[in-house]
Design a protein around this ligand. Sequence first.
Ligand SMILES: Cc1cc2nc3c(=O)[nH]c(=O)nc-3n(C[C@H](O)[C@H](O)[C@H](O)COP(=O)(O)OP(=O)(O)OC[C@H]3O[C@@H](n4cnc5c(N)ncnc54)[C@H](O)[C@@H]3O)c2cc1C
Length: 386
Amino acid sequence: MAMTPEGRERPLVKQEPGGGDLALINAVCPGITVTGPAPEDTADGHGFDDMWGPVGTMVRGYSGDPEIRFRAAAGGGLTGLATFLLESGRVERIAHVTADPDRPMRSRATVSSTPAEVLAASGSRYGPAAPLVDFMALLEDGKSFAFVGKPCDVDAIRALEQRDPRVAALCKVKLALVCGGASELSKSGNILARHGVAEDEVTLFRYRGYGNPGATRIETRDGRAFQYTYNEMWDDESAWQLQFRCKICPDPIGEHADIAVLDCWPGGGPTGEDAGFNAFVTRTAAGDAVFSAAVDAGAIIVTDAVTERELDDYQPHQVRKKRALHWRLKAMADAGALTPRFERLRIESFAAPEGSEVAARNRDGMADRIAQGKTSEPEARRELHA
Ligand SMILES: Cc1cc2nc3c(=O)[nH]c(=O)nc-3n(C[C@H](O)[C@H](O)[C@H](O)COP(=O)(O)OP(=O)(O)OC[C@H]3O[C@@H](n4cnc5c(N)ncnc54)[C@H](O)[C@@H]3O)c2cc1C
């Protein structure tokens, strides 16, 4: 994987993939295809919501460990669950991402086998992150593990699971954060530029956590520190600098996860700092079993139940994206652009009605992007940053 000059992490083709590898990549890559969970496979007692897909237990809560709750991105739900999975012996390792120790603005895949390592990798990493780079090696190692990552990462794992029996045997639990999209690294780089800091001077780049949401904090070798509030970073959606695939994401809500974990600020954003809360949505019978055991063990504290319509209120940008998606994809197809194959994700049934302002804005906006060349990668890659 290499970082492009635009600040996107992309696979660098060293040699033509052989032995069926390309067919496998095409079958599992969530940039090419995502097929949602089948409503008829919904676990006993679960519902199926047009917006949220398979839903079982839907509650708010937080990690029972105060240090996890403070240091993690929100309420420490993911770190609390991952720690419980390790400590209860359900899995031997956790595959997720962490700050690159040498270049902490960047993220890299990591495998944690102790609670301390899981905690060290807590927090949201808002730039590019490729947690699956070593996934095949994990399957070859033969040790059990749980995966924590973005919905697209979990979609790829589920697609591979249908083709490789080692996935179900070893990757026993899949946890997803609900995701508004991955920014280009240049979003982070622009902050350094604002302060005249070079990337090799940075010793800490924490995107959030140490509070909920906590500040984006940068520290340098010579003792300088810069902080931005969450709203300074993310209030203006047009400045998120999202990668293109995220703008047409058919599953930002972790439909294929065993448990999806999200922020739960009413109205969609924080009005200040709080003690740290998550909403949790179990999606499979395996997710139900892990979640109730974690609650029984005190690893997760539940405060109250939530409904699908409260989830809409916590995540208004996800509802907007779901209504827009059909029109964005249609503009791509109409322009003859390569379009991904997204199935069973209620993209048509949830779409804003034809003739509506939302439909027109999203169709026309995508047509403009295509005309400006913003929907494809530059072909020349000679200046790749290692
Ligand atoms: C790019 C991005 C966009 C997000 N958008 C939304 C959103 O729209 N709505 C919402 O509710 N929440 C969003 N989140 C998630 C939110 O920030 C919290 O992470 C989530 O609520 C879980 O909180 P927590 O306290 O349980 O996480 P923690 O306990 O801190 O655990 C976070 C876990 O996620 C892993 N992780 C962090 N960043 C990445 C990454 N980039 N790729 C893969 N794995 C990662 C870490 O390794 C860690 O295991 C986003 C996170 C990211 C990284």
